[in-house]
Structure formats: C-alpha cells, structure tokens
Design a protein. Sequence first.
Length: 271
Amino acid sequence: MKFLKAMAGVLASVALLALGAQTASAESTLEKIKRTGKFLAGVRFDYPPIGSVDRDGKNIGFGVDIAKALAEKLGVEPTFVQTTSKNRIPLLQSGGIDADVGPTTPTKERDEVVDFTIVYYWDEAVILTRKGESTDPKDFGPPKKMATTQGSYFADYFRRLFANAEYTTFQEYSEAVIALQQRKVDGVLINRFAATEYAKRFPALQYTTSYVRDPIAIGVREDDSKWRDFINFTLQELWVSGKYQAIFQAHFGYAPDFQLWSAYGLQPGIK
C-alpha cells in the first residue's frame, strides 16, 4: 500500500513537471522578451542597405533600424545577431534569434517550418555583373556561371528563365562579389537594393534589369501568433506615424512605392 502511495506521488510530481514544461514552452516570444528584457534581432552583416557593419563595427541598415523601432516599442535594447541566407531559419527554430529582420522571401517551403509577418518591403531580383556585360537577365544563361548564397531563393527565381543554369554558392554575398571581380563567376543573383550598394562601392560593377518582383517579410517562430501580431501591428503603426517612410527613405534614397499592408490601405483598426 505504501509502495502504491509512493508511486502515486511520483506520478503526480512527474505530471506537474510535464505541465510546467508545457506551460513554459507555450510562452510566446513577446512574453519572453518582456520577462527577460532581451530582444535577439537577427540582422545581416553582408547585405547593404538592409544590414551591414560600418567601419566602427556598428550595425547599420534598414532592417537594423526596423529592429530598433520594434525594440523601442517593447521598451528594451536590441541585441543584434548575425544571420546569413543559410542560418536564418535554423536560428529561428533553435531560439538563437527572436526575429529575422532581413531580406527573406516568405516562400512556401520556409513558411512550412517558420512563420512570417506581413510583407514589410518589396524588392526586385537582378544580376550583379561587370560593366560592359549585358543588362538583360536573359543573356546570362549557360555557359555563363552565376553566384548566389547558400539558402538564398534567387536561384529558384532564376530557374524560371534557365532551368539548367549553373551556380556557385557562397556563405556571404561579399564572397560572391569578390568572385565576380576575380572573374570566377559571371554574375551574382541578388536584390536590386543590395546590387545598387555594391555597384556604388565598386565602380567596375553594374546590375541588370529586374526579372521578378520580390516580397520580403520578417521571420518568426512557428505558431507564435502573439509575437507575429505585435510586429504586424507595430509595422503599420510606424507607417501611420511616418517613421517607417523616414527609415525607408534614409536607406533607399526614395519614398516607398508600395502600401505597407495592402494596396488598399492599412489593416482596419490600425490608428
């Protein structure tokens, strides 16, 4: 009898521990940030003007400033964590970052393992190449060799033009740009915004016309609606206040040519 009571007590303790673990795992990222006072913002170090590092080692860029605006609304200081095309999804899944505030296209494959906010800016896919080359993307099929980064979706976009296109992958775009300058590749598949910055830095480079319009969203962990809602609402509030447009203008040099939530207006209820 004593043995049975003891076992019942053990089972009850195990059940309580399991319930506690379940409750802890159910904590939203929003609640965690408010509890700990820490916001781990995943940003790029190699992708100007979205995210890069200046000569003093300071994080700069559009994504960086949007992360700062989210942190300000939260009342915390952001901690910037370096992301790449390859590691951004695993970092979200493991809790290494709370949000991927970078140039990520919300593809179906990615959306099956993490979640995304509303599209927070639009870009275009282009090819960064050397001056003197064609500016028509259709002239860059085989035998020309393209460069991209591991985990980037630009290769999939480019396959719409050339199903048999050849690729070399790199960890970061800075490495791909060096390979382009060294004539190891003929073009780098990249966003127009980043291509513009690289062409400014390296006058011997240029970029083609665009071959697809590219939506960009902020990545969050799967099934974390409280945190996703917070970011969505904050983005639209930044738009209403005009702060979003000011940040965009500062980094891209022109006003947004899109409406943040939809072509018809902001989400009803946003003031």
